[in-house]
Write a protein that binds this ligand. Structure first.
Ligand SMILES: [Zn+2]
Ligand SMILES: [Zn+2]
Ligand SMILES: [Zn+2]
Length: 322
């Protein structure tokens, strides 16, 4: 099996806001929340014979329709970084479409094996109880390790690829659904390894992940080592400089912190995802920026500061080998 990665979307939580005059909200091309597909091709026809979907926010099912021919449509695993709506809102659409596809093919639908962290499993069962019980075969990780901890690799049941989750701080999602005052670490990022390449998915984390810059424990050092030297690093970049709005963390990285993380993680290529820019305030750098402007602004600073490798914004539907 040959594995590759397809970009289903890279938009921020709110995509295009109704009533916002900024150029980013005015664009006409299709957009989707951040999500990727890990696909395996096999046989002489190079058909897609395995598929793990990472996150299923808005627009993701339309992206999948562009990647898969009707015969290839399948989801072997669903992996969640966390429970936030922009990573789960099309769960109903995905689950129901796969149930109907099975019926159309005369097959029995089997619920989709789903990996997430324990707390995210509780959130999903609560927010999407119909889909959780009817469409998914939830296999939560049964832990709530602190940020910087490596978690057990996901038992994907396919050869030649390893996906290792790790715990990150993402303040807006790190609490117990039964008691909002209780901190619980619910969010994961993923390291994808094949024989040839390492790809890191680092989105939906905040600027409190100091363990990346300054790992103290043996465990944190091991995690940073695993994150380091990736061929491709997907990196959260919600804003240009702002990380707090009216005293609250945005829950994300600004490009300022993203650069600090990239400097220590030394990827060959950095792909910026989850861009927003509204937080900057009208008229400031980042506000309303199009993807092209993000890319230009980022590349300029990247080379001025001698940061490792290259930086760019990915394209919808872009596929590259793993
Ligand atoms: Zn998000
Ligand atoms: Zn806008
Ligand atoms: Zn989030």
């Amino acid at each position: 099996m040959d594995y590759s990665l397809v970009v289903n979307g890279f938009g921020n939580a709110f995509l295009q806001e109704f009533g916002c005059p900024c150029p980013r909200c005015a664009r006409k091309e299709p957009v989707a929340n951040v999500s990727v597909s890990i696909i395996g091709r096999d046989g002489n026809d190079r058909e897609i014979r395995w598929h793990a979907l990472v996150d299923v926010g808005l627009g993701v099912v339309d992206s999948l329709r562009n990647t898969f021919s009707p015969d290839e449509a399948r989801v072997d695993w669903l992996l969640f970084t966390h429970w936030h709506p922009d990573h789960s809102l099309e769960l109903n659409r995905l689950g129901e479409t796969m149930r109907r596809t099975a019926r159309r093919r005369g097959e029995t639908f089997s619920r989709i094996p789903t990996w997430c962290r324990s707390g995210t499993g509780k959130w999903l069962a609560r927010n999407y109880s119909y889909e959780w019980y009817r469409c998914l075969d939830g296999r939560p990780s049964k832990e709530s390790e602190p940020p910087g901890a490596l978690l057990d690799p996901i038992p994907l049941g396919t050869e030649g690829i390893k996906v290792t989750p790790l715990s990150v701080s993402h303040s807006g999602a790190d609490f117990n659904p039964e008691n909002f005052k209780e901190t619980q670490y619910n969010c994961a990022c993923f390291v994808i390894q094949t024989e040839n390449r390492k790809t890191v998915l680092l989105w939906d984390l905040d600027n409190r992940n100091d363990w990346i810059l300054n790992p103290r424990t043996e465990g944190q050092k091991k995690t940073v080592e695993l994150l380091s030297g990736a061929d491709t690093l997907f990196l959260d970049c919600f804003s240009w400089t702002v990380e707090e709005v009216v005293g609250f963390s945005t829950g994300h990285l600004s490009f300022a912190t993203a650069r600090k993380y990239a400097r220590v993680l030394r990827p060959a290529e950095t792909l910026l995802v989850h861009m927003g820019g509204h937080e900057e305030g009208e008229g400031n750098p980042g506000w309303g920026w199009t993807d092209r402007q993000w890319e230009e602004g980022a590349s300029k600073l990247w080379s001025a500061e001698g940061l490792p490798g290259t930086v760019r914004v990915p394209a919808m539907g872009e596929e590259f080998p793993l």
